[in-house]
Unconditional design. Structure first.
Length: 278
């Protein structure tokens, strides 16, 4: 069994901003089957749908923050449904919305509402983790508390295997743990020395300016890598995805490294995945 492979377009966000349609075309030419959005760069849903169709790419999912969805859930979810997305993923939870925090109950009710609206459109709500969900609340990981509070009908996982690993758990085991609830899995590779994870990791969630610059491995001991070029046991993760019933795997590389551009980096990832995705 082989998986269809998508790319999280945040990986090439500067290219998307400069040439949306041209970048989508390059993604297809590399051999990707689908895309996951992180913003639409002022394009209309109809225009994005047309671009995906013209290039033969499946619009799999989209990362949209909780607060953006909550501001107008009918419109936001409806817009991605018009594009053809099957999933809408909350990419993170700000600290006050996490389990044990003051807005957690409100967040749970909000996600329940999102799920009802998504279901009307034939969509599913996902949650994409980082490593901070592996902090414990009353002896239980925050991530597990989130998923035990909401039913699988209300919230599915989008396990980011890099952050599971950085959080101290085996990514393959965690994917299997959520069998039947892991339709989309992020393949993200990295290297990290004994210093541990640095503070400045979360470009995608807006903690810094999100500038897409090559990382210097010597500065903090952590660097993203194209899939297959870091410490992740990618073959084992794919085997775990088979056991878990995963439908899509998604490549994501927040920052380029190894003197490669973002486009070169995602090309290296898909080329590697093709050698083992069988």
């Amino acid at each position: 069994m082989s998986f269809p492979v998508a790319v999280q377009l945040y990986s090439v966000r500067d290219n998307m901003a400069e040439d949306f349609e041209g970048t989508i075309k390059k993604v297809k030419e590399m051999g990707y089957d689908g895309v996951e959005f992180a913003g639409l760069f002022d394009k209309s849903p109809a225009e994005v749908k047309r671009i995906c169709e013209d290039n033969g790419l499946v619009p799999v999912s989209a990362h949209v923050s909780y607060d953006v969805i909550a501001a107008d859930p009918e419109k936001v979810i409806g817009d991605y449904a018009k594009i053809g997305c099957k999933y809408i993923a909350i990419p993170y939870a700000v600290e006050e919305r996490r389990p044990g925090a003051k807005l957690f109950d409100e967040t749970v009710e909000g996600i329940r509402n999102f799920a009802k609206i998504a279901k009307k459109h034939g969509m599913t709500v996902l949650y994409h983790n980082h490593d901070f969900e592996f902090e414990k609340v009353d002896g239980v990981y925050s991530l597990d508390l989130l998923y035990s509070t909401l039913t699988p009908d209300e919230l599915q996982t989008e396990l980011d295997t890099c952050w599971v690993n950085v959080g101290g758990e085996d990514p393959s085991e965690y994917v299997v743990k959520y069998s039947g609830r892991a339709p989309v899995v992020h393949l993200k590779d990295f290297v990290m020395n004994g210093k541990g994870a640095p503070e400045k990791l979360y470009d995608l969630i807006g903690i810094d300016d999100g500038a897409q610059e090559e990382e210097d491995d010597d500065d903090d001991g952590f660097a993203y890598r194209p899939v297959g070029y870091g410490c992740q046991d990618v073959p084992s993760i794919l085997e775990a995805c088979k056991k878990a019933g995963t439908s899509w795997v998604v490549v994501e590389q927040d920052q380029p490294s190894m003197n490669k551009t973002p486009l070169e980096s995602i090309k290296m990832s898909i080329d590697y995945i093709k050698t083992i995705n069988k």
